[in-house]
Write a protein that binds this ligand. Sequence first.
Ligand code: AMP
Ligand code: MG
Length: 421
Amino acid sequence: MNDTWSVEEHRDDILGAMRPLEPIELPLLDAAGCVLVDDVVVTAPLPPFDNSSMDGYAVRTADVETATDEYPAVLRVVGDIAAGSDTLPTVGPGEAARIMTGAPIPPGAQAVVPVEWTDGGTGGGPATGMNGRREHGPEVRVHRGAPARAFINGRGSDAATGAIALTAGTVIGPPQLGLLAALGHATALVRPRPRVVVLSTGSELTAPGRPLGPGQIHDSNGFMLTSAAQAAGAVAYRVAAVADDAPSLRAALDEQLVRADLVVTSGGVSVGAFDVVKEALAGEVDFRRVAMQPGKPQAFGLLGPDRVPLLGLPGNPVSAYVSFELFVRPALRALAGHAPEALDRPRVTARLVCEAPLTSPPGRRQYLRGTYSAEEGTVAPVGGSGSYLVASLARADALIEIPEAATAAEPGAVLTVVLLG
Ligand code: AMP
Ligand code: MG
């Protein structure tokens, strides 16, 4: 195999091993954000019946054809129809029924005139409701005509029986969820959210909230990567940091594999004396150099009898995060069934705004942290290139790519930018 991998070679090798997870039938709200497995065909029309789009009066068109302010049509009001009404009056010649938005169109009526085109039924003598409240009078005066079907939302006009409401591969967002509910579905057949176990390695790591002993640092990767996995649509489990001891790591992994569709580790993948992931998994997992900075050492393999993918990321927080965005996030989205073109973060080109040229190592693609302005079409670096710089990472919203061949990027250069969303 080649000694050094390009970013694309490493990414494609990982994606080549990802199989979308087996479909599962989930209650609607659990299916939110998931990818639909099959086309959803309309089996009953939407709306299910002709209904009024306005509060007004259901009428026969011939009765209101010549109505004007001066010569209104005077119609006898034969009933009140609310949304949900199941008994409907029949509207005969010279008659109207008061109707509310969403209520079924009664037999005989051909159109609805909005209440604003009428006197609101206040003419024609007293008619007082139960608690003394004035209801409609026995008559309504209509000032304008309405063509057939006016203000009627027709049965099946939104989705007709047999039509495809949603196509396979659709990501179920709130509107799609609303449509499924409107169609009467209580569940959806989707790819489940991938379950991800995030495991930090390093004997120097202490949980946030605990005081630091000599030489210790807080485990930031565990939290950052778990949160990144959640943001990528996964169900993520953070495991307490494991010390640089191969048997302990092996035991922790064996225990976690049962609940993982993918494992992400951080730290211990380079060539130091305590590179624990390498020590524990050599032979099972491939340790490779990727032509990038940060993020050169990377590990990838399939673990255990279930061949659970493991992505081993380098430990520096910026390296780990950049690696997550470039390799782990696409892998998670592939497991979730997203289309090939929807796996990666969006990329744009932008003009580099900085005072001095930025330097970049030869033969490696550099990913600098930056802030992107869509209005200006520019990107500015944030902090330096050091991969320990987690504070500047926290101020960035983009990664600036400096190509492998370049050793510098001049102010004003047009570069590719990965938008972190
Ligand atoms: P490693 O890849 O294990 O050699 O780690 C490289 C650097 O990243 C070291 O300075 C580690 O202390 C640091 N590091 C490793 N894991 C973490 C972590 N989970 N949180 C914060 N820093 C880490
Ligand atoms: Mg380490």
